[in-house]
Design a protein. Structure first.
Ligand SMILES: *Cc1c(COP(=O)(O)O)cnc(C)c1O
Length: 406
């Protein structure tokens, strides 16, 4: 029987349990009513009130009251994620973007300044570049954070937050988390890190000095491409604020069903990450050897400018560089589309971290192209390597290149 110690991530003698053991046992337990050894999905919207409910704080997240205030399936997943990230607490919300928006709107006030990395998930860019400045009077600076000196130069007296995404979507630029944390802290600011491309199996930003770690659970942590969710792992003082503002009063709660699905998917996170890491590295090396391929961006390659930093940031000896890589072919716009149309195993669709491999062609007209390195300007693919046999994926790529006459 799983003991209480295990639920806190410790074995009988107090030594910490490994990542795989914790991925399985944390967030699960015996259902008190039925004895079932999997926790059920609790789908109720509301919970029974006490005899005298008049002194209840209706905005509280501490008791079972109303599902938007917090619910059991959310809390099981939060307990697991906080432990895997190595933070005091975690909040699980409706999507990765909800987690980003919750972080920015909770930590930044009118007149504050935020620095953010020049390649980020598109919604982070929209929020920080446009929506927060225009609607809420927040100042922001876009910075190439792969060189920490650029962060130092952008700091202002009112800088309250540095937000980085590493490796960045879709350029795979790598930022030195420890260096960014030191610069943020010296300026009295916090560092938030979008760790979606790595997952806590590969990199644990909190152990490198990050104050706030954001994950799109939609990707590797759920891993099966069938539920949206987002997490913010940080200190309890900040999760309390995020629950009060973004969860209860903006309404960004995750559904119990999605929290349950993600909790189940996350059980196999370490096994899946090892396969994503190994397969993506093999495919990146293969692509680099092909004459039709103009460039490959993958932090696991020695040719990647952020390789040494990426190696230094790995959380464990069997960690790797994630399943996402970008590459461009030595062809025109139509040649890129023709290549995708000839793939049989790899699916043309957005998203990443699914069981199946996904590819998306990002054309020459992206509005943020001025922020990308020059090799990305002629159009490129983002390939999210899935869990299929590596050889099948390599043969799919080779076959499509030949069929597309490239
Ligand atoms: C997908 C993604 C997000 C957004 O997550 P959703 O769950 O789709 O809202 C944020 N950051 C990164 C790096 C992502 O890849």
């Amino acid at each position: 029987m799983t003991s209480d110690l295990v639920h806190h991530g410790e074995s009988f003698d107090g030594t910490p349990l490994g990542f795989a053991t914790k991925s399985i046992h944390l967030g699960n337990g015996v259902d008190a009513e039925t004895g079932a050894i999997r926790r059920p999905i609790t789908l109720a919207n509301a919970y029974a009130l006490p005899y005298d409910p008049s002194d209840i704080n209706w905005s509280s997240s501490d008791v079972n009251l109303y599902t938007r205030n917090g619910h059991p399936n959310q809390r099981y997943l939060e307990a697991k994620l906080a432990n895997l990230e190595g933070t005091e607490d975690a909040v699980v919300l409706a999507s990765g973007v909800a987690a980003l928006a919750a972080t920015f709107t909770t930590l930044l006030n009118r007149g504050d300044h935020a620095i953010f990395s020049d390649t980020t998930y598109i919604a982070a860019y929209r929020l920080l570049n446009q929506i927060l400045p225009e609607k809420y009077g927040i100042e922001t600076s876009i910075v190439d954070t792969s060189d920490p000196a650029n962060i130092a130069r952008a700091i202002r007296p009112n800088t309250k937050l540095v937000h980085i995404e590493t490796p960045a979507n879709p350029t795979l630029k790598v930022t030195d988390i420890e260096a960014a944390a030191k610069l943020a802290h010296d300026a009295g600011a916090l560092l938030s890190v979008d760790n979606t491309f790595n997952s806590p199996f590969n990199v644990r930003p909190a152990s490198l000095g990050a104050d706030v770690v954001i994950e799109s659970l939609t990707k590797y942590i759920n891993g099966h491409g069938d539920a949206l969710g987002g997490a913010i792992a940080t200190r309890k003082e900040l999760t309390d604020q995020i629950r009060f503002t973004y969860q209860v009063n903006y309404g960004g709660i995750i559904s119990p069903f999605n929290a349950w699905l993600i909790n189940r998917g996350s059980v196999t996170l370490p096994l899946r990450m090892r396969q994503h890491n190994a397969s993506a590295l093999a495919i990146a090396k293969h692509l680099e050897s092909l004459p039709q391929v103009r460039f490959v961006a993958y932090p696991g390659l020695k040719s990647h400018p952020g390789h040494d930093v990426a190696v230094r940031q790995l959380a464990r000896p069997d960690a790797g560089f994630g399943g996402v890589l970008s590459f461009g072919l030595d062809t025109d716009h139509d040649g890129h589309n023709r290549f995708v149309s000839k793939l049989n195993v790899i699916t043309s669709a957005v998203s990443l971290g699914h069981d199946e491999s996904l590819i998306v062609f990002l054309g020459e007209d992206d509005e943020r192209q001025y922020l990308y390195p020059p090799e990305f300007h002629r159009g490129f693919f983002r390939l999210a390597v899935g869990l299929e046999d590596t050889d099948d994926l390599i043969r799919d790529i080779d076959h499509a290149l030949a069929e597309a006459r490239l």
